[in-house]
Design a protein around this ligand. Structure first.
Ligand SMILES: Cc1ncc(COP(=O)(O)O)c(C=O)c1O
Length: 436
């Protein structure tokens, strides 16, 4: 793919040597807002969601896309996806609350917690949120809470660990015998039969094998094994499943050389085991759910940062910028590649620089050996594909307040999160009397 086409697919384009995002000249945005800041692109998010939804609809009508809120939980993003008809996948009470605040109804939320507390269960049960359990032992506590609150039991599911995992980094592979998530094949019958004994009558199943998967073949073994487990479950316990959830994990091309995920092939890998199930004729019509996060929002955001220091130690050149791993942790945490480009397009000789943040750790490098043309202090750089696990993983490390999030739509710029102020750093701190 031509480089300019690759950029255009991400809604980025140089016009008169100035970088435009969603047809807005970034110079205009930089003039108005203090760097660093994230910019979310509404039309790109809608586009990615619609594309996925239409491929799913063509292949299996009874489907629901549960957007994985952990990727980007800004209320504006949730509202955009709600207006597209998305359901939500949440991993904490905070995420469930965000969805409810954004107007996503309780019945569209699935709560896949990890290490649930009783408080988590109480909140979910009180608010009629479907729970996807992560261990058999949690079932006793959940049942107790349903009884204590005298609430009608909602459908229940367990996260099944199909033992075949994949992902862009070992930390994002979420299936396998030594991985903390879900229940293994030989625990599934016990889990659901116990749930039946407790009086649960409606069920679903769930897997999520990892994150950032670009090769559809990586899903195949897990999906096949999953459906074999589902069939065994249905046969052994005479259970009709309301839904079968395949999780998320769909990757995006962070690097210009990477091929995007072949969506048609991904859906084929998902639908062919389902067809095997439906061919039996006794399985009803379960809803097929998927839970993409990165695929929907990853490409729909950039991070704009300003160069403040150009440094050549005689051995290596560094561009010091005002974003760091407190703003975007993926490069440090996962050694992830994020493409970095200049706001001003320049003609000249390319030189290699490490793009370094202001954090007091040598791991605070946003990009290694990047080719940049004639940079100047005060110039801005754009870090691509920061919409997923960007702001949601940001911190205030080194006592640096978190940046603003802006939204671009139809030529307009909206602030969807104000930049934090220094006073926010002290908001929840208390000084004991003897130290005053
Ligand atoms: C249970 C579950 N579902 C969905 C996702 C979304 O993954 P991705 O953003 O890779 O699609 C995650 C990510 O960790 C997850 O844990």
């Amino acid at each position: 793919m031509k480089y300019s086409t690759w950029l255009k697919k991400k809604d980025l384009e140089y016009k008169n040597n100035e970088l435009h995002y969603a047809d807005i000249n970034l110079k205009k945005v930089i003039k108005k807002y203090k760097t660093p800041f994230y910019i979310v692109n509404e039309r790109l998010i809608r586009k990615r969601y619609k594309k996925l939804k239409s491929i799913l609809d063509t292949n299996y009508k009874q489907n629901e896309i549960h957007y994985a809120v952990k990727a980007n939980s800004n209320l504006a993003v949730l509202k955009i996806l709600k207006s597209e008809g998305a359901s939500a996948d949440c991993s904490s009470v905070g995420e469930v609350r965000s969805c409810l605040k954004a107007g996503i109804p309780a019945e569209s939320i699935i709560y896949t917690g990890n290490m649930f507390t009783n408080e988590d269960f109480e909140f979910a049960v009180k608010n009629d949120i479907l729970i996807n359990l992560d261990s058999i032992s949690q079932l006793d506590r959940l049942n107790h809470i349903y009884e204590k609150l005298d609430k009608e039991k909602l459908p229940l599911s367990f996260r099944i660990n199909p033992e075949f995992g994949a992902g862009h980094h070992s930390h994002t592979i979420t299936a396998g015998k030594d991985i903390k998530f879900g229940i293994l094949d030989d625990q599934v019958i016990e889990a659901y039969s116990k749930a039946k004994e407790y009086g649960f009558t409606k069920f679903g199943t769930h897997i999520h094998i990892g994150s950032g998967i670009l090769d559809p073949n990586d899903f195949e073994s897990a999906f096949n094994k999953y459906i074999d487990i589902v069939m065994k479950l249905a046969d052994t316990l005479d259970i009709q499943l309301d839904f079968i959830d395949f999780g998320g994990g769909l990757g995006i091309p962070y690097h210009p050389e990477e091929e995007p995920l072949d969506l048609e092939l991904f859906i084929k890998k998902l639908i062919s085991p389902i067809n095997k199930l439906l061919e039996r004729g006794d399985f009803g019509n379960p809803i097929i759910k998927i839970e993409p996060g990165r695929f929907i929002v990853g490409e729909g955001s950039i991070l704009v940062t300003q160069i403040n220091t150009i440094k050549d130690n005689g051995y290596k050149k560094f561009l010091g910028v005002d974003a760091g791993f407190q703003t975007l942790i993926r490069p440090t945490m996962y050694q992830s590649y994020h493409h970095i480009i200049q706001c001003k397009q320049k003609n000249g000789e390319k030189e290699e620089y490490d793009i370094a943040g202001p954090i007091c750790e040598s791991g605070d490098i946003l990009g290694k050996d990047r080719k940049i043309i004639e940079p100047e202090e005060g110039d801005c750089l754009v870090i691509l594909d920061t919409g997923a696990y960007g702001f949601t993983m940001a911190s205030v490390y080194n006592s640096r307040p978190r940046p603003a999030e802006l939204l671009l739509n139809n030529g307009n710029i909206y602030v969807i999160r104000e930049e934090e102020k220094y006073k926010d750093l002290f908001k929840h701190q208390k000084i004991p009397k003897h130290l005053k």
